[in-house]
Design a protein around this ligand. Sequence first.
Ligand code: BES
Ligand code: ZN
Length: 646
Amino acid sequence: MRHSILMLSLAVALAAGCQREATPAADTTAPPAAAATQAVDANADEHSYSEPDKVKTSDLALDLAIDFANKQLAGTATYTLEWLDPGATQLVLDTRDLTIEKIEGAGKDGQWSPLKYTLAENDKILGSKLTIDVPERSTTVRVTYKTSPDASGLQWLTPEMTEGKQGPFMFSQSQQIHARSWVPLQDTPRVRFTYSAHVTAPKDAMVLMSADNDPKAARDGDYSFKMPQKIPSYLLAIAAGDLVFEPISERAGVWAEPTMAKKAAAEFADTEKMIQTTEQLYGPYRWDRYDILVLPPSFPYGGMENPRLTFATPTVIVGDKSLVSLIAHELAHSWSGNLVTFSSAKDAWLNEGFTSYVENRIVEAVYGKELADMENVIERDELKSEFTEDNKALQALAVKPGVLKDPDENLSSTVYTKGAWFLQFLEQRFGRDVFDPFLKEYFDHFAFQSIPTATFVEYAKANLLAKHPGKVSDAEFDAWIYEPGVPATAPQTLSQRFSIVNAARIAWVGSAQLPAPAITSKWGTQEWVHFIEGMPETLTHEQLAQLDAAYHFTGTSNGEIAQRWYPLAVRSGYAEANEAIAAFLQRVGRRKLIIPIYKELVKTPEGLQFAQDVFAKAKPGYHPITTGSVEATIAEAQKPVATKPQ
Ligand code: BES
Ligand code: ZN
């Protein structure tokens, strides 16, 4: 399922930025938002200071030590550079909250010599521009650095914050522009590089990266990794903790804390089937292994498509495989995103829209059309509530330069749901026999490249529209890409199973008569979600208590249900749920599940107080990204209401 993950982080970088002031001498020549104002080229990346047209990183070699006690990564990053502009003698890197110790360049003789550099003042969204003078245009440059304990792209957990409570845990989340908080680099998807890493850690911690993890690796505190395919920086990932491996198939498996591993492998047992389904549709899986790392519940997202090692929230492990479309989604990114990559956050739909479309195709093939339809309806309903008069600029698939201030602020209904809907429209008009091979060729044609929306538009017009005339006009196509809202050409989906749910809800609201257990016993997560979502704005205490007595929504272990039930309970003043709400908000850090609850709470003074109290307790366990979102939600509620001048 897709949701407001992008919108939620509106003020994350803002909040995170406040903690970071200690930056060395400012580079006064460049105003902090220079990258944004320079972006005259519609295809440029406004969210990176790096100048990849001048010099490009082709390989990154990391040598890092994980220090749990100091919540720090320390070591070196060595870049192999391709100098493109003959006049260029500077390498510009993105950084955020890094302590730079020294920078050296390798001479022709292989000897290292120091290079001069300036670290600009911190910009709250973009971080600090690191400008390195490389007068000899060395092809190898090395930065010695360490991270800050509150690096926005890392979370450090104490043993108590893990499932097994045996040892500490750490993990990265680099997308959108957080890689720069743990590695100085050209943090733009326009630059693709291979990487290798040597990482040391305490002996009992297993270290994994978005690279060639070995299921049989010995835990000896010393790890080496290689990622031979070129990836963009946002796919750089690392995790360390008490992790064990559980196989699913020859090439797929699960890494998790020991108490979770078997359960996770059972939930994700269909992963191999999903890989084969996607291969049949879109060509071979090109990344060797596909493993899933199950993170602690504080992981701020549902999933992250780190190559060869999807990072996943444990909240989708509900025992009945009903939420494994998340795996279909992250796996789909192995084609849409990791293979063919957007070239800037403005083009997020090229990653997420395509992936949501492919996800739905995988769900349909593996679990059937009924489930795929229900998921479509849930997402489109959400789109309808998310699209307002105020956010029109973010409703076009192609976002105009300068509109996206924070790259995490792209409207999720646009990039996920409208993006997928557009491809469903094309599929319907051209038919699968034409559209499937078209997409397969698209993935092949642009494999290992990063492209803007304009490149897709040009490719589709030449290879789909022009080759099959009379199916879709340029104007119909362009309306999806450049206009706000959802075009009238959008295909509609009717879910049979939801018709039953709707009837059951309407009957209950009218007569207090609950649906027969013979009906509800067949309901899965999606039906329950739809049942709750269609409820009137508020319910009476009696009604809520009746539902609770029958279905035990309060205290549910299913986060998707909690995400819908608790806001309804809060809106309706149902205090019986408070204890369970507090427990849920302290256990789970996945923003999509908890922010809707915080948002509902902060609407009343008592609710705001409750939210602040719970947040104070939960905060030490939250990821910096989640903390930023909750703080922004609370701050928004505290803003004085603007009064109209008399
Ligand atoms: N790549 C995204 C996560 C992401 C997007 C992180 C933008 C940071 C910025 C990932 O593939 C994703 O979409 N995750 C979703 C789950 C999915 C089933 C819609 C999530 O985390 O909720
Ligand atoms: Zn995604």
